[in-house]
Structure formats: C-alpha cells, structure tokens
Design a protein around this ligand. Structure first.
Ligand code: 13P
Ligand code: SF4
Length: 347
C-alpha cells in the first residue's frame, strides 16, 4: 500500500518531469508551418482535435478552425462520442484520453503526450481507493472524471464539475450516502451545496489549491467592481468569496452573463482565451496564488496541460505515438458509471 507521503512524492516527480518536458517555443513562421501540417494530417488520418480550455491558445484556435472542439471535460467526452472521425487527438490530460477510449473503443485515441497527468489522478491509486471503498459497503461511489480507468471501474457514478451537484442532489434525494473522490475541495463544495452525507477522499489539484482568499480580497481593493469567478477545485475560503462558482464552461458563461467589466479568475489561465471571446472588451485578471516563487504551483497554469504543443500533436498524428490503450475488462467496467453520467446529463 502507498502512504500519503509516497503519493505526494509521485505528484512532485511528475510535476518536475512536466516542467522539464514543455513544448519548444516557436517563432511565428514555424507556428504557421506546424499549423498547416496539422490541418493536413487531420484530413489524411480522418482525425479530429478535441481540446480542453486549459491548453495553449494556438491549440484551441486550431481545434476551432478544423471543426474539432474546445470545451470542458464533460463536453469533450460527449463531443468525441458523437463525432464520426475514426481518430481523436485529445489535447488535455491523460484521464481525458482514457475517457474518450472507454466511450469509443473502436476509435484510435491519440494524445500529444501520455505523460500529461493530473495530481488528482496520481493522488488516487486504484488499490488504495478500492480498500477505502470496501470500508463503506453501503455507500454509493461517486468519482470525479479526473481519475484513472481503474478507479472509474470501482465507481457507481463518474461526474465532472459541470454535473457533480446535480448527480449528488439526485442521489441524496434517494437517501443515498456517498463516497466522493478524489478532490476534497470539490467534494466539500458539493457537500455544502447539497447537504448530502459524504465521505471524502483526501486529494487535491495542485493548481487550484494555490489560490488564496487574502490575495483575491487584496486585489478586489484595487478593482472593487470586479466579480470573482472560482472553479470549485479551489479551497473553501476562496469559494466563499466567489460571485460565481462552476466548471470551466460555467465560468465562461458567467463571464459573459454577469454585468461586471472586470473579473478575477481562480482557475487555470488557459481559460482566458475563450473567456475573452465570450466576453469581448471585458478584463480578466489571474487570481493571486501562493506567491511569486518559480514553481508551477504559483503560476495558475497546470504543468501537465502545458505539455501539449503543436510539435507533439504533429508527432502523434504522423507516427501514431502516444496512443491510449485501456485494458478491455477495465474499460467494460469503467464504461458503466461513465455512460450513466452521459445519460443523466442528457435526461
Ligand atoms: P472541467 O471539467 O471544469 O473542465 O475541469 C477539468 C479540470 O481538470 C479542472 O482542473
Ligand atoms: Fe488536474 Fe488540476 Fe491540472 Fe485540472 S488543473 S488537470 S485538476 S492538475
């Protein structure tokens, strides 16, 4: 069994690895060459680019321009399943590629790099999680999409932050008690909002955990009319001072819908690209984090999302490298709670 310390060490190692394997910086001529090569390869390989809001602006732009999709993790899953392409290239982190494969076993799922992981996924090893669940046999197991296929296979429900409140409300209405994993902050938020009886796994997102209520309140003194937008993977003290709390797509909607001209945004700064499009003319400020240190933990940008680049998209499409494979039996079991989420979201 892994100890809490072993898990934290794993996260640190993966985080350093990510920082040392960032895509190369390119000049504008080179960017154009890569973009046109990707457009050509997507056609040749019958492929479609599905990107998360936290990836580089250039990747989001390409996904839009080539008929792919830029979205939150729920919509990425839905879009990939509906699209007729035989290959999906998933720009994001590994659980997003695995989700695509579980939902579409007949498709080839490529990622710019399979090393793009997530601290929530690393922080919830399947064996430890399964033993944890065994202690509460009368609880419904609800896991966040940011988990491995093996953890999903142990769950009754998978949820993303877009749909977590609704699913848990639905279960609480039936008097169900819930095991929630892995994000304790999102779990705490859902527990408070729904009043459900929940036992929480102790995991967190290294990016959102760094946002600080004090820093945000200090920034509000400079911009008193700013609204605060918060992803619920952030600590409770930050959620409490939010004007809107929600998934990435819900925050983009809030930026459009709220009357404010200025926003302090407590989520990965990759989201600014789409926020700016949704609310042109408005101003978006990064919520302050742990300080001015040199680590990715204080830069409001996920080190693993940052591993996605134009160069490794080309490599994946050209050579079929970094293809996602999920054990067939695991995939069969993980499909059930995933499909349940999609069916619930469609109902
Ligand atoms: P969304 O489901 O809101 O896109 O969040 C995914 C994620 O990894 C946030 O850190
Ligand atoms: Fe995981 Fe956090 Fe990165 Fe999202 S931002 S992929 S939760 S580490």
């Amino acid at each position: 069994m892994l100890s809490k310390q072993d898990i934290e060490d794993r996260i640190l190692v993966q985080e350093h690895f990510a920082q040392e394997h960032l895509p190369q910086q390119m000049g504008s001529a080179e960017i154009e060459q890569y973009k046109s090569r990707i457009r050509q390869l997507l056609k040749e390989k019958d492929a479609c680019l599905v990107a998360h809001y936290y990836t580089d602006d250039l990747i989001q732009q390409l996904a839009d321009e080539t008929g792919g999709c830029v979205s939150d993790s729920l919509e990425m899953a839905r879009f990939g399943s509906r699209h007729p392409a035989s290959t999906l290239i998933v720009a994001g982190v590994r659980f997003m590629g695995e989700t695509a494969k579980i939902l579409n076993p007949e498709k080839r799922i490529l990622m710019p790099t399979l090393e793009a992981t997530c601290s929530l996924d690393i922080g919830c090893p399947a064996d430890e999680f399964s033993a944890f669940c065994d202690q509460y046999p009368d609880h419904e197991v609800v896991v966040y999409a940011n988990t491995s296929a093996a953890v999903k296979a142990r769950a009754d429900w998978v949820v993303t932050s877009s749909i977590a409140l609704k699913v848990v409300e639905h279960l609480a209405d039936q008097g169900k008690k819930i095991i929630w994993a892995p994000d304790k902050h999102l779990g705490e938020y859902v527990r408070k909002e729904t009043g459900a009886e929940m036992i929480l796994w102790d995991g967190s997102c290294i990016v959102h955990e760094e946002f600080k209520a004090k820093g945000i309140l200090d920034l509000k003194k400079v911009y008193p009319d700013a609204a605060v937008l918060v992803h619920p993977e952030s600590p409770d003290s930050v959620v409490q001072i939010a004007d809107a709390v929600g998934s990435t797509s819900q925050l983009i909607k809030a930026a459009h819908d709220l009357p404010n001209e200025t926003f302090i945004v407590a989520t990965d700064r990759g989201i600014f690209y789409k926020m700016q499009q949704a609310a042109p003319g408005k101003r978006f400020l990064e919520a302050p984090t742990g300080g001015s240190g040199a680590t990715c933990r204080s830069c409001a940008h996920c080190p693993w999302m940052a591993m996605n680049g134009l160069d490794n998209i080309v490599a994946a499409l050209e050579h079929g490298a970094d293809e996602i494979h999920v054990d067939a039996e695991l995939a069969r079991r993980a499909l059930k709670p995933l499909q349940r989420m999609l069916d619930f979201s469609a109902s």
